[in-house]
Design a protein around this ligand. Structure first.
Ligand SMILES: Nc1ncnc2c1ncn2[C@@H]1O[C@H](COP(=O)(O)OP(=O)(O)OP(=O)(O)O)[C@@H](O)[C@H]1O
Ligand SMILES: [Mg+2]
Length: 407
């Protein structure tokens, strides 16, 4: 039932959510001050930036802390940040007791916002949670997406199209979460039920009521997750089709995970389809340890002009395709959410030829939000020198001031 399919994007998907009419009025986010404490190789960090500066270029030698700084910025948005690291791993390696923290003052439209986040490390009870404060009041992390979101491109993503499907799924789920607040929760509820279901079957337990309840849960949340992913791909494709840039157009589709069948069904029908699939797959799972499901869906991309699967494109072409998807995602956020994310590009100039690099900088300069870029030298960013704010990371003050040590 869940055989890998070659289906293309369903044109029948209807987009949900209020569509903003005016993309140009979307509010961007501008970091004015960033402070971090006990954050990887920064015992302390404070960066004050001029108001409304559109591009921040971080330069410094290998190992100076450019990516770490971007990671700190990425934690102003929901989730686990640009490294997707465990929160404990962020603590300085030479002293992993206590907590780390990031505080920022942001301008968003006419508002000045103070956002703070820290690792909730209750002594003896290490949690994988972080606390978020908006203007000093604790808020649930789920509310953070409405205040600040972020998109990023890192060297680790250079192999996204050629690598394992799990990486592409995580990437798609991140993009989906921006538009569908409940997506991460739906994926987690589906995954938890799937693990429990698998464990029961492996242990040979035939508790019919329990298995049936878990299959229903997988149906309910699997259908939600599949629909949200499909709508996200649809929205991204519409953006990609609308605007031609120097970056190659990508043709996106969802492959496998029952997507061909699910794309024809309503959410309620999909829930029943998924429930029935698992109910009929108990024996197959007991024998093979695998039953497929919406968690096996893959995001496929084709370089449209060359009619070439992204995985078969050159390294630079793959990066250009990914940039084109990310730019589409940023435009779609402006329209659907009326807000622009912070944009974090780590070592983005690598693998791009001069024409594409300059085209990217033109695109970046036109964005009405803050874009952070890194490189080992300022040279590739020459064309941004009139507008960007350059920061030499090696020269940042890292000693803990008395007032911070005392607090
Ligand atoms: N938890 C940690 N505690 C202390 N130091 C860490 C921790 N995690 C990473 N580091 C160190 O921080 C330093 C800076 O890392 P980072 O990845 O930010 O460098 P970078 O400037 O981006 O370098 P590159 O140009 O090679 O990408 C590295 O030496 C790394 O080993
Ligand atoms: Mg780096």
């Amino acid at each position: 039932m869940y055989a890998r399919s070659q289906g293309t994007l369903s044109a029948t998907v209807q987009c949900s959510g209020a569509m903003r009419q005016d993309e140009t009025s979307a509010a961007g986010v501008f970091v004015r001050r960033l402070q971090a404490v006990r954050f990887r190789n920064y015992p302390f960090l404070r960066l004050d930036l001029p108001a409304d500066v559109g591009q921040i270029v971080l330069t410094g030698k290998n190992g100076s802390g450019k990516t770490n700084l971007l990671e700190a910025v990425s934690l102003l948005a929901p989730g686990k940040g640009l490294r997707q690291a465990g929160f404990r791993d962020i603590l300085p390696k030479n002293d992993m007791s206590g907590s780390w923290g990031v505080t920022a003052v942001l301008d968003k439209g006419d508002e000045e916002i103070e956002l703070a986040t820290d690792y909730e490390n209750i002594s003896g009870h290490r949690t994988e949670k972080r606390r978020v404060r908006l203007n000093k009041a604790v808020i649930p992390q789920t509310d953070l997406g409405e205040i600040c979101s972020a998109v990023w491109l890192t060297p680790a993503m250079d192999r996204l199209f050629a690598g394992e499907p799990a990486g592409r799924r995580r990437f798609l789920d991140r993009l989906t979460q921006t538009f569908f607040e409940g997506h991460a929760r739906a994926c987690a509820a589906y995954g938890q039920a799937l693990r429990q279901w698998g464990a029961l079957i492996r242990e040979g337990k035939t508790d019919e009521r329990w298995l049936t309840a878990l299959e229903k849960t997988m149906g309910k949340y699997g259908a939600k997750a599949a629909l949200a992913r499909r709508e996200t791909v649809f929205v991204l494709q519409a953006e990609l089709d609308r605007e031609a840039t120097v970056f190659p157009q990508a043709l996106l589709s969802l492959q496998g995970g029952g997507e061909d069948e699910l794309a024809k069904l309503s959410e309620a029908e999909s829930a029943e389809f998924i429930r029935a699939h698992f109910s009929e797959s108990r024996d197959i799972y007991a024998q093979s340890g695998s039953a497929g499901g919406v968690h096996t869906v893959d995001l496929a991309a084709v370089h449209r002009e060359k009619n070439m699967p992204a995985a078969a494109c050159s390294t630079g072409e793959q990066k250009a395709l990914l940039i084109s998807v990310l730019l589409a995602h940023i435009r779609a956020q402006a329209k659907r959410k009326g807000a622009l994310p912070l944009v974090l590009f780590d070592e983005v100039a690598a693998h791009l030829d001069d024409r594409r690099r300059d085209a990217l900088f033109d695109e970046i300069s036109a964005l009405k939000t803050q874009v952070w870029l890194t490189g080992t030298t300022p040279r590739p960013f020459e064309s941004l020198k009139e507008t960007a704010h350059f920061v030499a990371v090696d020269e940042l003050l890292r000693t803990v001031p008395d007032w911070a040590a005392a607090s």
